[in-house]
Design a binder for this molecule. Sequence first.
Ligand code: ATP
Ligand code: MG
Length: 586
Amino acid sequence: MPKNIATLTCRIQPYPDQVERLEAFLTQRYGKEIRILVQQDASLDQGFILRYGPDIFDWTSDHLQRQFQMALDQEGAGAADGLAYLAKAKDLLVNWQPQVKAEELGQVITVGDGIAQIQGLEHVAYHEIVTFAEGSRGMVVDIQKDQVSAIIFGDDTGIEEGSTVYRSGREAGIPLSDEVLGRVIDPLGQPIDDRGPIKASRYYPVEYSAPSIQDRAPVSRPLETGILAIDSMFPIGKGQRELIIGDRQTGKTAIAIDTILNQKGKNVICIYVSIGQRTSSVARLIDKLRKQGAMDYTIVLAAFAGDPVALQYLAPYSGTSIAEYFMKHGRDVLIVYDDLSKHAVAYRSISLLLERFPGREAYPGDIFYLHSRLLERSAQLSLAQGGGSLTALPIVETQSGDISAYIPTNVISITDGQIFLETNLFHAGQRPAINVGLSVSRVGGAAQSPAMKQAAGSLRLLLAQYREMEVFTQFSGDLDQASKDQLLMGQGIMQVLRQNHDAPLTRSQEVVRLLVSLQGCLKHFAPSLWRSEIDKFLPELQKEEPIILEKIDQTGLLSPQDRARILELAASFWQLDPQTIGLDHA
Ligand code: ATP
Ligand code: MG
């Protein structure tokens, strides 16, 4: 008996000449003599399945139907409307030729909790999409010697032991085109708003290697948040990664959304990736973005709390692929990951189900790699690469302000700085509740506008001294005048740094706010009045010197003359002695 045996599974016994023809086909294909062993299987409908080694030639009617459906999906994707789709379908029906090619089919060994273990897919790749005979799709996330595991997108109830699994031959990715702008989509690129299908021009893998050092340029252009405390002390540059970190309900999302609102008219595309949040809160947020006209330049990608963990795991990668698509077209992109703690939890569930060894806080060992390979994709590209940029604002939630827990320390060390929000400050009404001492921005300083740099001056130092003084004076009632002045100044400035949600400031508003506060124009007022006093002064300045404000907004520069003019107006508005605010001439 020859060693090389192929099996032919079919419903009824084939004629001998049919078997001979198939044997000749195999012998020719594999260059050796191959014999066929026939197995009858009453469950097959029509056609046959020929297996040799890992190769499978599927000629059952079910499979041919599936092949036709895939061809139709592919052809139909580019159709402009329903009629065009029908025309393509008709055309395909006439001209379609079934293909018999060697395929790898897998079989489900076990399935549960959204994960299927599969045998038989010997050549499947990591992150390859597989399709189950029941119609659901999954993604391979674990490859072992005799079996692979796939996470299932969507419903796994139809899938059972023995179900057939098909390879797709392509990595997980999303179909993309400019049309995605303004849309709400899921991590597989499918629209979840009610605005119809998105026509895609290309398929983009969700995992992509980060730009190399040669392809990058230094961070040099500001990405302004419109939040005074951040733009003045922790400036963010295009291409930077700045973490927003804090306990729950401390205004983390608010900062990210304000930053998106502030990009209006600034030619920046924004992507908000929502991971594991409730549908209702995301809906509210989209509503807000829409009302403020921000959806014109924004994409919302959401994997909700109730979605399979597979989708939550995929969400930030898909979002980044969209961002890269635009960045590679030379655009500036801002991406918000809200939040990576939930992402880490989703990955932890997957890893535990895959029986990977749990490490610190039960997270798998590669959780650091998971987030670093995501955030490494942010970049300022060099001019030779089109000069686009990707700025990332990942969000991480802490428990009781503990930034030394596993995920916070990881993400802190991957990013270029963090904005630390504190519950105490938030409840004391200091909103945004930024802890000035623990926050930092490591590369954004190079990108800060000269006007802001000049106006902010030694703000951080002043606030650090104020905090020290505040602690110190808790124990002593008697204060000299200089210390009292310093305290008042600090309190006043903390008031000026307060800012409502949804009210990003323009660059000139920020500069003027800081300038008049730090030059002591408001010393005569109680700290609680500083903000309202500035709000009264700004319209006056706008009326008198609109050009100066416009210049700051457009060029980011503040000339000594303009600075003097602003202070002069401030002096007359609040009836101050010009010398006390650093103006020499009366
Ligand atoms: P979660 O942990 O639930 O995601 P979060 O940290 O993202 O919360 P937000 O949802 O942004 O916090 O804000 C919590 C609440 O605080 C919201 O009701 C929001 O309107 C309010 N808030 C946030 N920032 C400010 C602000 N600067 N001024 C006033 N209210 C604010
Ligand atoms: Mg939030």
